[in-house]
Design a protein around this ligand. Structure first.
Ligand SMILES: [Ca+2]
Length: 290
């Protein structure tokens, strides 16, 4: 019972060691729900430019009763043609594209970083590209936040918002004014996390580790049983080798039994004395000593 709990705990620990900041890409997370996030970065693609013919929705959710601040660090999408955007990003203030738009079909290049605040703990992004002309796309950093007064486990930014204490000193400016990255001691530095785990990935990790452990246990038990059988055969044969007829493997299998399960009596070549398995008294020896 404790083994699965232990494995899940290990997977959770691995995730927590990675930190509170995760990295995702629209191209890899197309259609996914990035649930239970605290802070992270979302980009259009792992490549230098996004691909043609993308049509991806990604939903991000953070802790209940929190909101999300989206800070766009890069926004380079194909410019409008005849007033319409061939490639574009739309952002919805909720769990799906059915929620109100925060901006609709935005494209072109925005040089200055800009930010948006959601009204709930969910946000949905839709990125669409047509079949020609690709650009670097967008990069947005998102962070859960709440309004003051900050509670236990939260850090109060100079800007006045409360962010997760785990976002402090992780080399990412979640506060927007860098107050979470100033005055950090060496022991507080966490470094940037490159990969985040979803709940499904954590469960997959736990199941995978459990299967691996079961296989290891079975293999170990089998090897130990084989070792004990071999030891038993060696001990028995070493005791009787000098007094036995030369025998074949077939004889040994028959007389000794497969894998040493039987330990029959054998007849000595020299004295015609019955040689007993270890631990049994030899009648012939009794005769000689009496
Ligand atoms: Ca930070």
């Amino acid at each position: 019972m404790f083994l699965p709990i232990y494995i899940i705990w290990v997977c959770t620990l691995v995730t927590s060691i990675q930190g509170e900041f995760t990295q995702d890409f629209m191209s890899l997370s197309c259609g996914k729900w990035l649930a239970s996030r605290i802070s992270g970065r979302l980009e259009t693609s792992t490549s230098l430019t996004y691909s043609n013919n993308m049509n991806c929705d990604v939903t991000i959710s953070v802790s209940n009763n929190k909101r999300i601040i989206l800070m766009f660090k890069r926004f380079e999408i194909e410019a409008p043609i005849n007033g319409s955007c061939p490639d574009f990003l739309s952002v919805y203030d909720g769990l799906s594209t059915a929620f109100p738009l925060m901006f609709d079909q935005k494209c072109g290049t925005v040089v200055e970083p800009f930010s948006l605040n959601t009204s709930s703990n969910h946000v949905t992004l839709r990125f669409v590209s047509d079949d020609s002309a690709v650009f670097r796309g967008f990069e947005v950093e998102y962070t859960e936040f709440s309004d003051p007064p900050c509670t236990s486990g939260e850090f109060e930014c100079t800007s006045g918002i409360c962010i997760n204490e785990g976002n402090k000193c992780d080399d990412v400016n979640q506060c927007g004014d860098n107050s979470d990255e100033s005055q950090c001691t060496d022991s507080e530095e966490k470094g940037v996390v490159q990969t985040g785990w979803t709940l499904a990935e954590m469960i997959g990790c736990a199941v995978g580790l459990l299967i691996l452990l079961i296989i290891l246990i079975i293999v170990t038990v089998k090897l130990y049983q084989r070792y004990k059988r071999n030891q038993s055969e060696i001990e028995y044969m070493s005791v009787n080798t000098l007094y036995e007829y030369p025998v074949t493997d077939k004889y040994n299998k028959y007389k000794i039994g497969i894998r040493g399960r039987r330990e029959p009596r054998q007849v000595s070549f020299y004295s015609n004395v019955v040689v007993m398995p270890p631990g049994e008294k030899n009648n012939a020896e009794n005769d000689l000593t009496s």
